[in-house]
Design a protein around this ligand. Structure first.
Ligand code: ZN
Length: 101
């Protein structure tokens, strides 16, 4: 199990912002990203703000108000596709016993 660099709580693979980045950048899971960067919640939790700069492109994600992360509609398709791939991948990993849910 990985722990969030913001709130220190456990991050399930399906909600890991850096695993998500891997699918955005490479279209697949590259574990080196998690090894180098650790983990961070993608969607907010009751204890963690998560990553609004990423979540704002996903369904149900709140808009990131910070000007440096201004919403860019061009990113939406790619981010949503990456998120769907991450969900599929995480589900398989949990089924194989490689990750906890
Ligand atoms: Zn967190």
């Amino acid at each position: 199990m990985n722990y969030c660099d913001k709130c220190s709580k456990e991050v399930p693979l399906s909600n890991d912002a850096f695993a998500f980045d891997s699918f955005v950048a490479y279209g697949r899971y590259v574990s080196a990203l998690n090894i180098l960067r650790g983990s961070r919640h993608l969607f907010q939790t009751s204890d963690c703000v998560g990553s609004p700069s990423r979540a704002q492109y996903l369904e149900g994600g709140p808009l990131d108000e910070r000007p440096q992360y201004k919403f860019n509609p061009d990113k939406m398709h790619k981010f949503r596709e990456a998120y769907n791939k991450l969900q599929e991948f995480a589900k398989n990993e949990v089924e194989k016993g490689n990750h906890e849910s």
